[in-house]
Ligand binder design. Structure first.
Ligand code: NAP
Length: 675
């Protein structure tokens, strides 16, 4: 078999491994299959290529253009994923592990593509939160914006997810408009390299947006500056060494760390072996111990069960683990493959021995070599379950991460004790609780929330559709405090903002409108050449405004509307009752009547570019309208968002005022307009 030469992609060139390349062995056979690193890469030219070529090209695009690019990349990867599956077996992964890594990574890209289109503006500036009123008359306002960092994102990834690990960082980075240099863990870098080749060969990415380091990073971190960011996944030891690099500290280079985690799963006090939740618990724990052979940052390392259920859990879990066939991941019926390497196997066995000094091995045997297929001397280890009888005094079980199919069960007295044990991990990525009790869930959320990046509750109601204790989702935050690294990734748009700078902007309404690309109340109103509903999406300007004529509201109108709709609420019908209410001076018009009259005042009835009214946001009724009062409407184009090549969404700022020019109601109207 020819040796794979795992290359780097630096400053537009593929560079093969050099003289000092490191050998990479198959996890299944132990034979060398590849080599990586050893090439003398010019780190400064990589940084410059990203900053000077990739960054400007990405920033010239808007969020929606970059979201479309992500989607195209995800589709392209999907078309070539078989090649990645084929390579991935040698990392020890089974086909279902590939689905998590490869399909999961592609799925993550799709989610960011979709969130970019739906939740981010069709422009280059992201507005974070509401306009802040900083002055009495509204001539001086505040807002927060986010713009892309103008440096490079360096992604240093762990070995366990060579594809997902890259894509979960790359998708938000590219959506933010920042170029990336990806450095995969050497042990599985041949899979990442293949994925990068697919991405680059697609021709979809601008030059400089993506580079790859196979092997060491040399003096890369010594050359980073204040506009750069490092996002690291791996061990606490490496994280600590890298984040204390003097140059990183001196330049306040953002450093996001996802590291070790002693995740816990709690069996609720309400769950007994005769309930579906008990089987669910066993299934979740078994899955977390065996998926990726337990090499998951989110895997369940500590099983926390009521004292009375510990024995039941050990028996049920042992029976379930007995059914897990371990061996060659390509062989039929195999459910768990190998650890990534012989050194990882040695590390896991060493850590299991340490855990065994204070806990009893109740399932499994480190010397068991009965594996499916011809796999000697592959890096295989069978699942091991320990029982810690004194979890309050034990320390190793709460501190030592055996990054393999190793887990420890411990008993708890009451839910407060369970929380205390879960928190002994000093910060984790995820803790799960199997419970049908809202009270238990609330107590855990209050007592353990600060110690865990994610809390996953599951029970009979949610179990069919739940996504699994160990699955970080692109919609949800991934990361955790303390031992877990103190970092945070993904979480939808939150994950994109990690690659952007938030800036507080203060100024007049016109200045804020010009910067944010969204009309701000108080900014100049533009008189359009015709009724705005007769103007196509592309013709409308931000700030274009219509002022309607005024309309009087009569008692007949109120009664007609009440009887017609059935809304005969007393405030509209009964003068004495209305007066007893602290909000109303007398009978008042329905808020919905005012909205309907508003539409009657501002619509242009003829067929035209407005295709549909798709919604209404932020509606507030400020002042009641009595019979005999009148109202008028101001309608202003606040923002525009392209949706397809045929139409786009227009967000209108609408105010209703009375005969004294007092604000009666305010809202944002959404319409879909033809181009
Ligand atoms: P690791 O040994 O710390 O390596 C992580 C990454 O750092 C690899 O790409 C490695 O490259 C690189 N690296 C090591 N020394 C470096 C240096 N001096 N300069 C620059 N880069 C350097 O961790 P691992 O063994 O790959 O991963 C296992 C650990 O990752 C476990 O502890 C697990 O809990 C953690 N993990 C956490 C998460 C999470 O999201 N929190 C996810 C997955 C894994 P080389 O391979 O070339 O040395």
């Amino acid at each position: 078999m020819t040796l794979m030469k795992v290359s780097s992609f630096a400053a537009g060139q593929w560079i093969a491994p050099g003289a000092g390349a490191r050998p990479i062995a198959s996890a299944i056979t132990g034979a060398q299959i590849a080599e990586a690193g050893g090439a003398a890469l010019d780190m400064q030219s990589m940084i410059d290529y990203a900053r000077d070529t990739g960054g400007p090209a990405l920033r010239a695009m808007g969020f929606h253009d970059r979201a479309k690019m992500l989607k195209a990349l995800a589709v392209h990867l999907g078309e070539h994923k078989q090649m990645l599956y084929d390579l991935s077996f040698d990392t020890g992964a089974t086909q279902s592990d590939h689905m998590i890594d490869i399909d999961g990574g592609i799925g993550t890209m799709f989610v960011f593509a979709s969130k970019g289109r739906r939740e981010m503006p069709d422009g280059q500036v992201y507005i974070d939160g509401e306009i802040e009123q900083l002055s009495r008359n509204g001539t001086f306002l505040g807002m927060h914006i986010a713009t892309p960092l103008q440096g490079v994102a360096v992604h240093i990834n762990a070995f366990n997810f060579p594809v997902w690990g890259m894509l979960e960082k790359l998708a938000p980075t590219l959506l933010a408009g920042v170029p990336a240099i990806v450095k995969p863990a050497t042990a599985t870098s041949y899979v990442t390299e293949a994925a990068v080749r697919i991405l680059l060969d697609s021709g979809i990415l601008p030059h400089g947006a993506l580079q790859l380091i196979s092997g060491g990073t040399g003096d890369l971190l010594d050359r980073l500056g204040p506009q750069d960011i490092v996002s690291f996944t791996g061990s606490a030891q490496t994280a600590s060494m890298l984040r204390s690099n003097p140059n990183i500290l001196r330049n306040s280079v953002r450093f996001v760390a996802e590291q070790d985690s002693l995740n816990a799963s709690i069996l609720g006090p309400d769950v007994t072996p005769d309930t579906p939740e008990f089987d669910l618990f066993i299934k979740e724990v078994q899955r977390e111990m065996t998926t990726k052979a337990g090499q998951k940052c989110t895997a369940i390392r500590r099983i926390i069960a009521p004292d009375a259920q510990v024995q039941n859990v050990i028996e049920a879990l042992s029976a379930s683990l007995d059914k897990t066939v371990v061996g060659d991941p390509r062989a039929d019926g195999v459910r768990m493959g190998a650890l990534v390497s012989a050194s990882q196997k040695a590390d896991v066995l060493e850590k299991a021995t340490a855990i065994g000094t204070e806990s009893k091995l109740v399932y499994g045997n480190p010397d068991d070599t009965d594996f499916a297929g011809d796999v000697d001397p592959g890096a295989f280890v069978k699942p091991m379950l320990f029982h810690c009888e004194n979890p309050d005094t034990a320390t190793i079980v709460h501190e030592c991460e055996a990054f393999g199919p190793v887990s420890t069960i411990m008993g708890y007295r009451d839910i407060a004790h369970a929380i205390e044990l879960a928190n002994k991990g000093d910060g984790s990525l995820v803790a799960s609780v199997i419970t049908g009790s809202g009270d238990v869930a609330r107590e855990v959320a209050m007592g353990a929330g600060a110690f865990h990046g994610r809390l996953y509750f599951n029970n009979a109601t949610s179990m069919k559709e739940s996504t699994g204790h160990g699955s970080p989702l692109p919609h949800m935050v991934h990361g955790g405090p303390g031992r877990a690294g103190g970092g945070e990734e993904m979480g939808g748009v939150r994950g994109v903002l990690h690659y952007m700078q938030r800036t507080a902007i203060q100024g007049s309404p016109d200045i804020l409108t010009a910067i944010g690309g969204r009309w701000v109340p108080g900014a100049t109103e533009i008189d359009g050449p015709a009724h705005p509903f007769t103007r196509k999406f592309g013709e409308l300007s931000i700030g274009e405004t219509l002022h309607t004529k005024s309309r009087e509201i009569t008692l007949d109108d109120i009664e007609h509307f009440a009887n017609f709709t059935g809304d005969t609420f007393y405030a509209h019908m009964d003068s004495a009752a209305a007066k007893r209410n602290p909000f109303f001076p007398d009978r008042v018009a329905h808020g919905y009547l005012l909205l309907s009259f508003a539409a009657g005042l501002f619509v242009e009835p003829n067929e035209g570019p407005v295709l549909a009214n798709t919604g209404l946001d932020n509606l507030r009724f400020m002042k009641p309208v009595e019979a005999g009062h009148s109202m008028k409407v101001r309608l202003t184009v606040k923002a525009k968002t392209r949706r397809t090549d045929e139409y786009g969404e227009v967000r209108w700022h609408v105010t209703l005022t009375n005969q004294d020019d007092e604000l009666v109601a305010e809202y944002e109207l959404l319409t879909m307009n033809a181009y």
